[in-house]
Write a protein that binds this ligand. Structure first.
Ligand SMILES: Nc1ncnc2c1ncn2[C@@H]1O[C@H](COP(=O)(O)OP(=O)(O)OP(=O)(O)O)[C@@H](O)[C@H]1O
Ligand SMILES: [Mg+2]
Length: 467
């Protein structure tokens, strides 16, 4: 589009009147110009001059300049006032919609409310066994949503939160459970590790940064973060080291437990938004933990002895367990209660704020065998995919799986041991096959091959095995 006024009178400085027919006179009255249907009519020194002008148009609606109120010109195009107004309106509607989407995400009533059974069914896809822990967690999450959806009215019954503590041997699926819950939840969810915290003022992170993680998970939306769920892993590492009293202060143990009290209970806490240590120059954000659900997990190595001691004492005391209920000595964790956790070194005030105690079963042969193949991202499925990418079909015999499971039990690392075993068996194959085999071929793991890899002449397995 030509924007210059290329009329034959171009040399005239004559400003074009875009108002169409309005003739007007300029200063001296000697000169008049008018614009009509694309023609410029100029009266100058009593002479009538007429020339054709390439009129400017709006680049959006194509209306010529004389039909609009104001035409804004840019380097490569023009826009009229009507188009600007329309665009502005559209923009406003769209950004308002953006706000609405955000509101919808924060509006719990629009969330799909999973029933406890649905939550458990979801957990079943990823975690094998551990039915008791799954049930407790499913109910806790469901109730958490209920609490949020039905805030107490005045003089109403207030549903208090029930924070949870999970006890289970290493590698039995505590962290896995937490991660799986995170996949399902629509409320902000953060997993933190209790080992990095110390009492305020010492090297290490302040306990308040637990909340910073949740805040980050909620994209710094405080409202949403205040309804979130936090999983504190390795809580047992904060246990008081009873039989090894140190002359220095126990800043990462009991001190941390005490600092956690006010978070767990529900109060206003000043949170450093970036996490780490509180710093005088850092701007703090106030967060209320009233509606945040805390789930703690820990291995509590050696707690079975404390349980055994308690159970045995009560076996001869007044509270003797009825003989009809025989004691399952192979899995003492199932009898765990707050008293055992207290003997382990958790302070009573903390335990009081974690009213639900649940446990994870040690993984037996059957469970380990299922872990290899059944979960959605089971180990064997993962390796099959790795080989698949190479164009090689991986086949593992049943008795090879059986063999791997027996070895995993020797490892005493729970589900984690399986991964090391798989790696040991398949590393050679993964090293050689990409250069040797042609796509379309298959790789077959038999029991003998697995045994050869683990226990063959240059295998280190015997040294890796738990004593
Ligand atoms: N019940 C289970 N179902 C499926 N996989 C499991 C199960 N338990 C353990 N695993 C496997 O073992 C791995 C380690 O488990 P996880 O990290 O949950 O252990 P943990 O209980 O947190 O142990 P730790 O106390 O040492 O932290 C998981 O990534 C998973 O592959
Ligand atoms: Mg863990």
């Amino acid at each position: 589009m030509d924007q210059t006024h290329s009329h034959p009178l171009g040399k005239d400085d004559g400003k074009l009147n875009s108002k169409g027919l309005n003739l007007y006179h300029e200063s001296s009255g000697e000169r008049a110009e008018a614009y009509l249907c694309g023609f410029l009519i100029l009266v100058k020194e009593n002479k009538f001059i007429m020339g054709k002008v390439a009129e400017r148009k709006c680049s959006f609606c194509d209306r010529p300049e004389h039909e609009v109120n104001i035409l804004f010109t840019g380097l490569k195009g023009n826009i009229c006032d009507t188009c600007i107004e329309n665009a502005h309106q559209l923009l406003e509607e769209n950004t308002a919609k953006g706000h609405k989407d955000q509101d919808a995400r924060n509006d719990l009533r629009r969330h799909r409310l999973y029933k406890p059974r649905e939550i458990k069914a979801f957990l079943d896809q990823y975690v094998i066994g551990q039915d008791d822990a799954k049930k407790v967690l499913s109910v806790a999450i469901y109730n958490h949503y209920k609490r949020l959806l039905h805030p107490p009215k005045e003089d109403d019954v207030e549903i208090e939160k029930s924070n949870i503590i999970m006890v289970g041997e290493t590698g039995t699926g505590k962290t896995l459970l937490a991660k799986t819950i995170a996949r399902l939840l629509q409320v902000p969810f953060a997993i933190v590790d209790a080992t990095v915290f110390t009492e305020a003022g010492y090297v290490g992170e302040d306990v308040e940064s637990i909340l910073s993680r949740l805040l980050q998970a909620a994209d710094y939306n405080i409202e949403a973060a205040q309804r979130g769920i936090i999983f504190i892993d390795e809580i047992d590492k904060t246990g008081r080291k009873g039989d090894n009293p140190s002359i220095t202060r126990d800043v990462s143990g009991e001190g941390v437990q005490q600092a956690m009290l006010k978070l767990l209970e529900g109060s206003d806490v000043l949170v450093p938004p970036q996490g780490g240590r509180k710093h005088p120059e850092q701007k703090m954000i106030k967060m209320n933990t009233q509606n945040i659900l805390f789930i703690c997990g820990g291995a509590f190595e050696g707690i079975d002895k404390m349980i055994a001691r308690r159970v045995q004492t009560s076996a001869i005391g007044y509270n003797a367990i009825k003989s009809s209920k025989s004691l399952d000595r192979s899995n003492l964790l199932q009898y765990v209660n707050a008293q055992d956790l207290r003997s382990f070194g958790l302070i009573p005030e903390l335990l009081g704020r974690l009213p639900l105690v649940t446990y994870l079963n040690p993984l037996d042969k059957d469970a380990l065998r299922r872990i290899l193949t059944e979960p959605k991202n089971a180990l064997i499925k993962q390796y099959t995919k790795l080989f698949d990418i190479e164009g090689i079909k991986l086949m593992v015999d049943d008795d090879a799986l059986e063999y791997m499971v027996t070895k995993a039990i020797d490892f005493k690392l729970g589900g984690r041991g399986l991964r090391s075993i798989c790696e040991m068996i398949l590393t050679d194959a993964m090293f050689d096959l990409p250069s040797e085999k042609k796509p379309g071929e298959s790789f077959h793991v038999t029991r003998e091959y697995a045994r050869q890899m683990l226990e063959g002449d240059n295998s280190k397995f015997d040294y890796l095995r738990a004593a």
